[in-house]
Write a protein that binds this ligand. Sequence first.
Ligand code: NAD
Length: 258
Amino acid sequence: MGKLDGRVVIVTGAARGQGEQEARLFAAEGAEVVVADVLDEQGAALAKELGALYVHLDVGREADWRSAVAVAEEAYGRVDGLVNNAGILRFNALVDTPLDEFLQVVQVNQVGCFLGVKTVAPLIAAAGGGTIVNTASYTGVTGMAAVGAYAATKHAVLGLTRVAALELASQGIRVNAVCPGAVDTAMSNPSLLDPEADVEETSRALDSLYRKLVPLGRIGRPEEVARLALFLTSEDSSYITGQPFVIDGGWLAGVSLI
Ligand code: NAD
């Protein structure tokens, strides 16, 4: 028995990184997974490998959401889970951030999450209830210099999560958020996108950087975030809604002098 047997779950930004690991784990736990992304080739290849469905979905575009859920409903007859995982990061000091760049980050991270809840919640309600997991960040619960647009959207995702939890509970829909610290994906480790790079070496270099910053002494792995998303999507979290879950190796636990 899988923890998600009989469930139909859309995962956005699932072509790589944390979304890919969520798609892999959810499929292994028995879910029909809808792999959604703008990286069509990678997303389609993953879906094929998993026996899942790929849909092109730019999360900032409402029309894309409408067609993605139509395709999912046609394939599986229902949708009862959503992981809003797609996100982008831009580095800039606030005073140097062009408005276009700020709005681009808002469009994907914040509007994307809003449109996901708005479009998919009615289907989940029609299926008799289910779960939504929004991907915020540790920068959704604290500040971080040089990522102002990103941190603002991730704070907003927590606000959306709490309001959605309040509004959707009566329809049997639980809504929670994951707040990862640094995780070894292309977002924190762009060398993963460079075919020439020595990936093991760059991961080791990141671990040694985070050894100094993070109590657990290393960068997080996307598989670890996927296990948290599974917990929040499965019955294991049946009495939990409206909450942010920090998964950061203890980075936010406090200041340490040792
Ligand atoms: P990643 O860059 O490897 O993956 C992001 C995925 O989102 C990619 O597949 C990308 O194509 C997709 N995407 C981007 N824009 C999209 C759009 N408009 N529509 C649909 N898909 C889109 O990085 P990741 O670490 O796997 O990121 C996953 C989530 O985790 C993001 O929301 C990110 O903000 C969050 N996060 C990451 C870290 C980290 O250190 N990696 C830390 C905290 C939170």
